[in-house]
Design a protein around this ligand. Structure first.
Ligand code: ZN
Length: 258
């Protein structure tokens, strides 16, 4: 088995071949994030693989270190990368390209449409939980319970929290057993999270709803979703998803007027 550190040199060679195409429109960090995402796919990096250091990435992609930091934070909100203090950034899972890029672009062109996107997220998650409650296997419930535990364990670590939240909701959507629904849900969710946490992405400022006093209430918001799966209770599942939507909508409103 190849060592993870050894592969970093090969990664750097691969990074160098990804030609930077920074445009004035759109965010440089978004651009760098999608290049790192391409790298994860093209190099077939597995969960647990370490990314090159921010300094090396900045050099390979001919950009600044703060831009790479922002890009890493974008990937964290997408649940693709986990950043460990003092150790660097690690791949958590392979990206599904899906529809994310076009959903991102639509929101960028019309930011006032964010509430429409949040509504779509609610409908997709309601369909997901309904199907999941009918279809999901025991091991998928366990997967969601583990994701929930991860969410609780990440209290106090904003980056870990965001990654765990995306992974939790993605696990519920996958339990619907409809890969298109899961992919569409994940794209919409990732775009909204990216918007909700854009201050954190840009400046690393923790939003007030993720401050330590609020975090346990935020985690508790997810408990009834898993409980409904465990109890095969469709009505409880819909109510839990609606409640999560309501709280998330308040955060999105706060993110529009920080
Ligand atoms: Zn959530």
């Amino acid at each position: 088995m190849r060592s993870k550190d050894e592969s970093i040199e090969q990664l750097m060679t691969a990074m160098a071949s990804i030609v930077p195409t920074l445009s004035d429109s759109g965010s440089a960090a978004e651009d760098i994030a999608s290049k790192i995402q391409q790298l994860i796919v093209s190099r077939d990096l597995e969960a647990g693989a370490r990314l090159p250091s921010e300094r090396d990435l900045a050099q390979a992609l001919q950009t600044s270190r703060p831009t790479v930091s922002q890009a890493i934070r974008i990937l964290v909100t997408k649940g693709l990368v986990e950043s460990r203090r003092g150790s660097g950034a690690y791949v958590t899972r392979r990206p599904e390209d899906g529809l994310a890029a076009s959903v991102d672009l639509m929101l960028e062109l019309n930011q006032s449409s964010v509430q429409h996107l949040a509504d779509l997220r609610l409908w997709l998650e309601t369909m997901s939980i309904t199907r999941a409650i009918e279809e999901c296997l025991e091991e998928e419930i366990v997967e969601c319970e583990l994701a929930l535990q991860q969410l609780r364990d990440s209290a106090g670590d904003t980056a870990a929290w965001m990654s765990a939240d995306t992974n939790f909701h993605a696990a519920v959507a996958r339990a619907s057993h409809n890969p298109y629904l899961a992919s569409l849900f994940e794209s919409v969710h990732a775009t909204l999270i990216n918007y909700e946490y854009r201050t954190w992405i840009q400046e690393e400022t923790t939003p007030r709803w993720l401050r330590s006093t609020e975090v346990s209430a935020m985690a508790a918001l997810h408990d009834p979703i898993v409980a409904a799966m465990r109890n095969r209770d469709e009505e409880a599942g819909k109510v839990a998803v609606l409640h999560h939507h309501y709280v998330m909508s308040q955060h999105l409103a706060a993110a529009s007027h920080p």
